[in-house]
Design a binder for this molecule. Structure first.
Ligand SMILES: [Zn+2]
Length: 277
């Protein structure tokens, strides 16, 4: 089955991963900007990173027949440095018109601090001003429930951002309902140690249905697995779910969400670009 991995940090992966993902049926990836494992020292570090996301990675992906899209921001961990964050937010518009950029992300909260909230709000304002899609990182483990509620409250304060333009990622059993109730898209991250497993993601879909829900590997430089979405497909098949339902989650839903970006130009496998982009 063809699939899209809507959240994967390919800058941290080797070329063999692109090759393997393509062989498993992956046709497109979307890569949010994230933490490099260390705090970058200046805005120039972000300029170089945004060039990597918009120039180097799309070309590397293309060699294996994959379409590469990305999201720009300064992540929540580095948002503690508010002045650097403001420099990065001021830099983003220089890159927003590049053809593989889908919007702002992954913005959000990490430890739910005041500085993180300030920087999240300023990203949201840029998204509102430019009519951009938003991909939101929710905190890990013990900070997740509170952080998700704070994020949803801040988004509710932005009537200039349409709910269908927002994807709330790393949702789990205790946060999914809040995301759906607020009208947002919901992302489930399949991680080997924290976050969801393929079985838990299948449980969630059995509870809430397959509308407005996406699954992703969020594979990065830590313990993670670029096979996660195909593993989810296998789990759903093992449980006897129809192919249309599985395809909706791993292919149709990411396309429907991404197509709202004016720059999204998807070429279906073996076909010409669809008229709506
Ligand atoms: Zn991520």
């Amino acid at each position: 089955m063809y699939y899209i991995d809507p959240h994967v940090h390919m800058v941290s992966r080797v070329t063999d991963d692109y090759e393997r993902m393509a062989r498993m049926g992956c046709v497109a990836v979307s890569e949010p900007a994230f933490w490099a494992g260390f705090d970058r020292g200046s805005v120039d570090g972000f300029r170089d990173y945004f060039r990597q996301l918009t120039e180097f990675e799309p070309n590397r992906a293309k060699q294996y027949g994959l379409q590469h899209y990305c999201w720009l921001c300064i992540n929540a961990k580095e948002a503690e440095n508010v002045s650097l964050s403001r420099e990065v937010i001021a830099l983003i518009p220089e890159f927003l018109d590049r053809p593989n950029v889908l919007g702002l992300g992954e913005i959000g909260l990490n430890k739910n601090t005041k500085n993180e909230c300030t920087v999240f709000e300023e990203h949201l304002q840029l998204a509102a001003d430019r009519g951009e899609l938003v991909l939101v990182h929710t905190p890990h483990l013990q900070d997740k429930y509170k952080g998700t509620r704070m994020i949803l409250d801040m988004l509710r304060g932005h009537s200039d951002i349409k709910a269908e333009h927002v994807l709330i990622d790393h949702a789990e059993e205790h946060t999914v309902r809040h995301v759906f109730d607020a009208g947002f898209w919901c992302g489930l991250t399949l991680y080997p140690v924290t976050k969801c497993t393929p079985a838990r993601a299948a449980d969630i879909i059995e509870m809430y249905g397959a509308e407005r829900i996406l699954v992703n590997s969020a594979a990065d430089w830590g313990p993670s697995n670029p096979d996660a979405v195909p593993n989810f497909v296998a789990e759903m098949r093992r449980r006897g779910h129809p192919e249309e339902t599985i395809r909706q989650v791993v292919y149709d839903n990411p396309l429907e969400f991404f197509r709202q970006s004016k720059r999204f130009r998807f070429t279906p496998p073996g076909g010409a670009a669809s008229p709506e982009g």
